[in-house]
Design a protein around this ligand. Structure first.
Ligand SMILES: Nc1ncnc2c1ncn2[C@@H]1O[C@H](COP(=O)(O)OP(=O)(O)OP(=O)(O)O)[C@@H](O)[C@H]1O
Length: 241
């Protein structure tokens, strides 16, 4: 009998990067069905690189990624057919209207509207004219309505208003409650901890903390100040350049 709780995706001692330079080193991480996992860390920590290596769009430099229990590399398009959804920057066709964006994504409008009724009055609006939040609802609807097994999402809420962030995160939580596994890279630390089951904190390419949100709550200030420290360090570097 198949193990329904088996990890959808697993990284074991994963190293990944660009050229000969690893950005992420010795990373162990997994996502199981029904759980929302948050991947946190300051700018440049290697979060996007991790997602790219997990998705199959970046080859590991060391260690391995197992997708649906299988080791070895398969390209993103094949993983997509097998149930992996990747939502990065607002992935909408700006010259098409909302309804056509859904059609191209092979999603029925009705199904998308059940997820985000807000889009109903925007079905005939060009996606380029939608607000950032509406564009991200459209991207997420296209991903979730195809009933993926695993969602990898890179900063879903970048630059969006807090209420819209809540709305998007709630949609992911509800999909996870129906069996989706989700790995979310998020800058909204406190908001994502409200919906996450587990958290990994990445710093300079290594996991520095992992646990449940409850276990990490005591370290929230340290996590957030590592983001600020990064920003301050960058500013300092620029100032002395
Ligand atoms: N295509 C690339 N080629 C070379 N180096 C890259 C490339 N993409 C990212 N990097 C470098 O890898 C490091 C980690 O970047 P990555 O985007 O994974 O971090 P991140 O944690 O997602 O940060 P951010 O929150 O700023 O997106 C950075 O130093 C970045 O400059």
């Amino acid at each position: 009998m198949p193990d329904t709780d088996a990890p959808l995706i697993e990284a074991r001692s994963l190293s990944a990067g660009y050229g000969s330079q690893p950005v992420v080193r010795d990373l162990d991480l997994e996502v199981r069905p029904g759980e929302v996992v948050a991947l946190l860390g300051p700018n440049g920590a290697g979060k996007t690189t991790t997602l790219r290596a997990l998705s199959g769009s970046l080859a590991p430099m060391g260690g391995e990624v197992r997708w649906l229990g299988e080791p070895g590399r398969s390209p993103l398009h094949r993983r997509a057919r097998q149930g992996l959804a990747y939502v990065g920057e607002r992935a909408v066709f700006t010259r098409l209207d909302t309804a056509d964006n859904l059609r191209v994504g092979r999603v029925r409008s009705q199904q998308a509207l059940e997820l985000f009724p807000e889009l109903e009055k925007r079905l005939r609006t060009g996606a380029g004219m939608l607000s950032g939040g509406e564009q991200q609802m459209l991207s997420l609807a296209r991903a979730l309505c195809r009933a993926p097994k695993l969602l990898l999402a890179d900063e879903l809420s970048l630059g969006l208003a807090p209420l819209v962030v809540d709305r998007l995160l709630r949609a992911v939580r509800e999909a996870a409650d129906r069996g989706l596994g989700a790995l979310l890279v998020e800058q909204h630390v406190r908001k994502v901890l409200d919906i996450a089951d587990r958290v990994y904190v990445l710093h300079r390419g290594r996991v520095t903390m992992t646990g449940t949100p409850k276990e990490l709550r005591g370290n929230l200030d340290a996590i957030e100040s590592s983001y600020l420290a990064q920003t301050t360090a960058e500013k300092t570097t620029y100032a002395t350049d």
